[in-house]
Design a protein around this ligand. Structure first.
Ligand code: ADP
Ligand code: MG
Length: 364
């Protein structure tokens, strides 16, 4: 058994928050994160001691000049390198970025060209490690990737030419009796080098951007899953065997999409704001957390985990309460104006921490 690892990362104040003279209400110390309720009066301020949460990691990226500043390299060192170790040991791994729109999910997962995030760093390091091991061990390595997007419960392949998301019907999710859920006809690409991988990432990101043109709030509504399928074969050992690992790197839709209470007017009427995959993710995590706290198995307690209620949770079934070593990176804004959303993200992160997974080495 292994519990889901949870990291929280707070970004710097953005220009808008600075213009609004927003106050920083998030403080991190060691592995704890505290949030203070913005107050109008002095009395409130004295009363409010704030709420403190503890996680596996609290990454403070508010102040570039601070000695404790959590850079992209630091996130990779603490979270990404563990993913790679997991994969070389033959386990599945998954990292989710969860948080409100603009809180730093894509920055953390993908980053910018000069300031790479987890996905490109994991890929770079994977090929470095492969070339190191190639020198010393009689191993063979085989790497494939796929990259998909879920928008409105429809799956689109980001590595294949296709009609824009709004037009196409999307790919179907199926479930294999032993291998579990998968996307039918999703393209898989064999990758042999770092530069190979880089071109695929660029291609996928570009097709995401093209699809978003002309669509309101596209990036806040869609989820992306970048998957590395990694196989190691022992070439000349006495017992030839193979180790397989699947790494899912997930950039979720904005967490505000799980909740209608913050939106008003037309958008609420259209009902377009609620994101089924995100709502179901919340339900799955709450159900799994309740289970873990009660210390019983779902079967025994006859608790139903609604994986199949959404495309996202169905595809990531293994990563949630199953055969995977999973990390949630909750990204937050430091500003008082985002108090409610941030508190809700911190609570989500706390619930996720209770989930127990059962990773096993995939070997034959
Ligand atoms: P999300 O994907 O959660 O909607 P983004 O990752 O796109 O949010 O971040 C919004 C903006 O804030 C981007 O311009 C991004 O570069 C910037 N940003 C986010 N997190 C950080 C951080 N930790 N350090 C510096 N800039 C950040
Ligand atoms: Mg984003």
């Amino acid at each position: 058994m292994s519990s889901v690892q949870v990291a929280v990362r707070v970004r710097p104040l953005n220009e808008r928050e600075k213009l609004l003279s927003s106050k920083v209400i998030i403080h991190m110390r060691g592995n704890t994160t505290s949030i203070h309720k913005p107050s109008s009066g002095r009395v409130d301020k004295l009363k409010d001691r704030g709420k403190t949460f503890s996680y596996d990691y609290s990454f403070d990226s508010t102040d570039v000049d601070s000695p404790t500043f959590a850079s992209q390299a630091k996130i990779f060192k603490d979270v990404g390198s563990n993913v790679l170790k997991t994969a070389f040991d033959g386990f599945n791994a998954c990292v989710f970025a969860y948080g409100q729109t603009g809180s730093g999910k894509s920055y953390t997962m993908m980053g910018h060209k000069v300031d790479k995030g987890l996905i490109p760093r994991i890929c770079d390091e994977l090929f470095l490690e492969i070339s190191n091991r190639n020198k010393s061990e009689a191993m063979s390595f085989y790497t494939e990737v796929s990259y998909l997007e879920i928008y409105n419960e429809r799956v689109q392949d980001l590595l294949k030419k296709r009609p824009p998301c709004s037009e196409g019907g999307g790919l179907k999710v199926r479930e294999h009796p032993t291998d579990g859920p998968y996307v039918e006809n999703l393209s898989k690409h064999v990758v042999q080098s770092q530069s190979n991988m880089e071109s695929l990432i660029t291609l996928g990101n570009a097709s995401r951007t093209i699809a978003s043109t002309g669509m309101n709030d596209f990036s806040s509504r869609s989820h992306t899953i970048f998957t590395i399928m990694f196989t190691q074969g022992l070439v000349d050992g006495e017992l030839p065997h193979e180790r397989r690992s699947k790494i899912h790197l997930v950039d979720l839709a904005g967490s505000e999409r799980a909740d209608s209470t913050h939106t008003t007017g037309t958008r609420l009427k259209e009902g377009a704001n609620i994101n089924k995959s995100l709502v179901t993710l919340g339900s799955v995590i709450s159900a799994l957390a309740d289970l873990a706290v009660s210390g019983q198995s779902a079967k025994k307690k006859q608790i139903f985990i609604p994986y199949r209620d959404s495309v996202l949770t169905w595809l990531l079934k293994d990563s949630l309460g199953g055969n995977s070593i999973t990390t949630v990176v909750a990204t937050i804004s430091p500003a008082d104006v985002n108090y409610e959303e941030t508190l809700s993200t911190l609570r989500f992160a706390s619930r996720a921490k209770n989930i127990m997974n059962t990773p096993t080495v995939n070997e034959n």
